[in-house]
Design a protein around this ligand. Structure first.
Ligand SMILES: [Zn+2]
Length: 93
């Protein structure tokens, strides 16, 4: 048996007995910016933008932020602006 296969089997063993990805509950993520109309992205607000970057300082993908396409673009722009004015780091060592 290859290492890869064994790893997968181990992972499955740790999970619930009736785990089946086909029937996994899918929770639809709601865009945080669409949900709260009053929330406006501000590139000077580091605390607000920190929610959209990981510990390395990278911008989180849409599947992680849950943002819609329009707002993900806004987030990206805001984070990139914040980096330029040194509000957010480009990388974290
Ligand atoms: Zn949105």
């Amino acid at each position: 048996m290859s290492d890869k296969k064994q790893k997968r089997n181990n992972r499955n063993m740790n999970n619930d007995d009736d785990f089946n990805p086909k029937f996994r509950k899918i929770r639809k993520k709601v865009c945080p910016l669409c949900a709260d109309k009053n929330l406006v992205l501000d590139y000077k607000n580091a605390d607000q933008l920190k929610k959209f970057i990981n510990d390395k300082g990278k911008i989180l993908p849409r599947r992680a932020t849950g943002a819609c396409a329009k707002h993900q673009r806004d987030i990206t722009l805001a984070v990139k602006r914040a980096r330029q004015i040194a509000v957010l780091p480009f990388t974290q060592e």
